[in-house]
Write a protein that binds this ligand. Structure first.
Ligand code: UTP
Length: 292
């Protein structure tokens, strides 16, 4: 039997417009919005690294230069911090560019997630890869990407990440029709992008973590524009299903949808409550403003 190779490569599409967060995202990429002390994209890269990835590609677009700058060495800042005796901060800043080997692909226009992933084909070099959407911040142990990897190790093939959502929310997600092969693990039969509650085959919604077979790329190349006039990754996965199996797993952990104000605020409060010092600030602030 061939030795099982864990994935080493992680793809982060970051070329979207972030319209749901305008005007904040007019000049700051959504992926650079901070959650406590680091941008959303840094949380995603931490998850990929904790799952064993050593190479990261960002699919960037116009106006996203700050993402590249963030992951590049910042010698001047580091030496200034050291001169001021702030060694711990200097080490923290310095460690960012050492997290992984970073590279960049360019998506000229945000034509959809399927199109963004296709832009990373060369980087993936024919291997299985992880795909992480940075606005879904996942809090989980083991990390969600590792949970998907455990399913691939057992069943092989691509693995999707699922959450059971309320019926009223199915139209916000890609939804799967699937057969449960063991508790929480499914073999996917079909996918529908943003169905109405009447059309939805289940309440099992696809979240922003994927383990994908390199065989996805020809299907991405053949894509036609789908829901919302965009090239949809779910359409390419539907097409891949005709060639080979696709599995899915209900992740264990918490997800914060930081691509919308409500989710981002909730994530900030939830993460702050986990930190003893920040917890006090949150509780004191709520107590103070509740009185007004
Ligand atoms: P979203 O659809 O959540 O992000 O895509 P968006 O399009 O930027 O945001 P809204 O819907 O306008 O508010 C999920 C991820 O895929 C990237 C986004 O940058 C985000 O990280 N993406 C999306 C691309 O890289 N290219 C695209 O064409 C679309």
């Amino acid at each position: 039997m061939e030795k099982y190779e864990r994935i080493k490569k992680a793809v982060f599409p970051v070329a979207g417009l972030g319209t749901r967060f305008l005007p904040a995202t007019k000049d700051i990429p959504k992926e650079m919005m901070p959650l406590i002390d680091r941008p959303l994209i840094h949380h995603g890269v931490d998850e990929a690294v904790a799952s064993g990835c050593t190479e990261v590609v960002f699919v960037t677009g116009e106006g996203k230069e700050s993402i590249r700058r963030y992951f590049e060495p910042s010698e001047l800042l580091v030496s200034t911090l050291r001169e001021r005796g702030k060694e711990a901060l200097a080490a923290k800043v310095e460690s960012i560019h050492e997290l992984a080997k970073f590279s960049y692909a360019f998506q000229e226009k945000p034509l959809g997630l399927g199109h963004a992933v296709l832009c990373a084909e060369e980087f993936c070099g024919g291997e299985y890869f992880g795909l992480l959407l940075p606005d879904d911040v996942m809090v989980a142990e083991p990390p969600v990407l590792s949970q998907l990897e455990a399913v691939r190790e057992k069943y092989g093939y691509s693995v999707l990440c699922l959450e059971e959502v309320d019926e009223k929310d199915v139209s916000r997600y890609g939804i799967v029709e699937a057969e449960e092969v063991e508790p929480g693990i499914y073999r996917v039969k079909a996918l529908v992008e943003k169905p109405s509650p009447e059309e939805a085959p289940s309440r099992l919604a696809i979240m922003g973590r994927y383990l994908l077979s390199p065989k996805i790329f020809p299907h991405l190349k053949n894509l036609k524009r789908g829901a919302g006039g965009e090239y949809q990754l779910t359409d390419a996965i539907s097409s891949l299903l005709r060639e080979e199996p696709v599995y899915a797993v209900i992740y264990r952990g918490r997800r914060h949808d930081c691509g919308v104000k409500e989710g981002w605020i909730k994530a900030t409060v939830a993460r702050a409550l986990e930190d003893p010092e920040l917890r006090k600030i949150i509780l004191d602030t709520v107590a103070e403003y509740e009185k007004i």
